[in-house]
Design a binder for this molecule. Structure first.
Ligand code: ATP
Length: 406
């Protein structure tokens, strides 16, 4: 079995066996049906591409509501151990546990494995219905900080002893009198976590030869959190990537707007302005590095601009582990009805294949999806926006994609 373990260590090249074991959690809500559909497509593409020379040994591990019913735990230790051991995992959406304990399984997993970078590529697939006039101009990758910001879960309800202690502390230190019935939340943003996220985004832009990295922030209002994210972003670009990068300011002041060859432009935008820009001039943005909450908002908005959550893939990367997951949640209103679009999870698996270097197989999957959409054979979420489309169930959409793997 040791031969089938992906070796993934900080600052070392990954070692990928031909038959790696990859654990997966089907997830809650629409998770099981989109998982079954995605797995079929991925397996078919691997067989088609590598003729039996490569193969994934899928290992189901418990997680979410199904696991809670069977074991009393939402995320048993055996699942954590398996992800640790095999380095890479894929998961469907998980519901937020009701009652105390873990607030969000997704956040818990990201924090357990220090999966500090959430990566969401946003790219238009031809023929997908979109509210934009020129959705084809959107080709961006969002690097969202994944471990801190308001997601650290440090908050106190209005009226609690802790909330009133903090209100008194604030009055003593700043003279500002907050309303006594305020709830309190803490927003930590650290230098180390900001810098490693921005560094990963810049490395990615260098590797993929992309033109710019934009630091998204609301630093004009939150100077020591989001403003600091901006400052640390520029600092790490200079410290580690001085050879490969140029700031937008230098580009204008020293180079009259003509970017020297092989340089990546580092720029920053205030969050509200960036939301406008990705609608009006999306072609100016390539990689976006954002603190946790901004990244969350922006990636859902951009997913909608290119056709919706049903086709939005994502990955969570750390130094020694990676968990791939679609952007959307459990969509309980359509769960179990064979209505969900498995495209997001299929594209998520394609990202995973890219990550382990099986790019030919990933490419075949993307082409097959594009072909299937071009044929107007799609799930309901897309069909209701496309004239003359044939509506397929989740399972049948996967079969149509498989038939288009060439
Ligand atoms: P959760 O509470 O787990 O976040 P949610 O329904 O509030 O679930 P999402 O799962 O992100 O949030 O979905 C929002 C809406 O987007 C869903 O109600 C559904 O209509 C649509 N949606 C999301 N994913 C898909 C999909 N894969 N296929 C079709 N529609 C989807």
């Amino acid at each position: 079995m040791a031969d089938n373990i992906i070796q993934f260590k900080k600052n070392e090249n990954m070692i990928i066996p031909d038959e790696p074991v990859i654990p997966y959690i089907k997830g809650d809500g629409i998770g099981p049906e989109i998982w079954d559909a995605a797995q079929k497509v991925v397996n078919k593409s691997i067989i088609f591409t590598y003729n039996g020379k490569k193969n994934i040994q899928w290992l189901e591990i418990p997680g979410g509501e199904k696991s809670y019913k069977a074991t009393g735990e939402y995320l048993p230790q055996e699942s954590i151990d398996a992800i640790k051991k095999y380095s890479i995992a894929v998961k469907g959406p998980l519901a937020t546990p009701v009652g105390g304990g873990i607030r969000s399984l997704n956040v818990h997993l990201r924090q357990t494995f220090d999966l500090y970078a959430n990566i969401r590529p946003i790219e238009y697939i031809d023929f997908v219905p979109s509210p934009m006039k020129h959705p084809e101009k959107i080709k961006m990758v969002i690097f969202r900080e994944n471990t801190e910001d308001v997601y650290s879960g440090i908050e106190w309800e209005a009226g609690t002893k802790e909330a009133s202690e903090i209100i008194s502390f604030i009055r003593k230190k700043t003279g500002k009198a907050l309303p006594k019935d305020s709830g309190i939340g803490i927003k930590p943003i650290s230098e180390g976590n900001s810098k490693r996220l921005v560094a990963r985004a810049i490395s990615y832009a260098i590797e993929k030869k992309l033109s710019s990295v934009t630091l998204m922030h609301k630093g004009n209002i939150m100077k020591y959190t989001e403003g600091a994210f901006r400052k640390w972003g520029y600092e790490i670009a200079k410290e580690l990537f001085n050879e490969n990068t140029i700031t937008e300011k230098d580009l204008i002041e020293q180079y009259q707007g003509n970017c020297p060859e092989n340089k990546i432009i580092i720029k920053d935008r205030i969050a509200d302005m960036l939301f406008q820009d990705v609608l009006i001039k999306p072609e100016e943005y390539h990689v976006i590095a954002a603190p946790n909450l901004n990244g969350d908002y922006l990636s859902d908005a951009l997913a909608a601009q290119v056709g919706g959550l049903g086709l939005a893939p994502g990955a969570n990367l750390g130094y020694e582990n990676a968990i791939f997951e679609p952007v959307h949640g459990t969509a309980p209103s359509i769960a179990g009805k064979n209505l969900a679009n498995p495209g997001s999870l299929i594209l998520t698996c394609a990202m995973m294949l890219d990550f382990i270097g099986w790019v030919d197989s990933a490419q075949k999957i993307r082409s097959a999806i594009q072909h299937t959409i071009k044929n107007k054979t799609v799930t309901e979420d897309l069909a209701m926006q496309m004239k003359g489309a044939k509506k397929l169930g989740c399972k049948e959409f996967a079969d149509a994609i498989i038939a288009n793997i060439k």
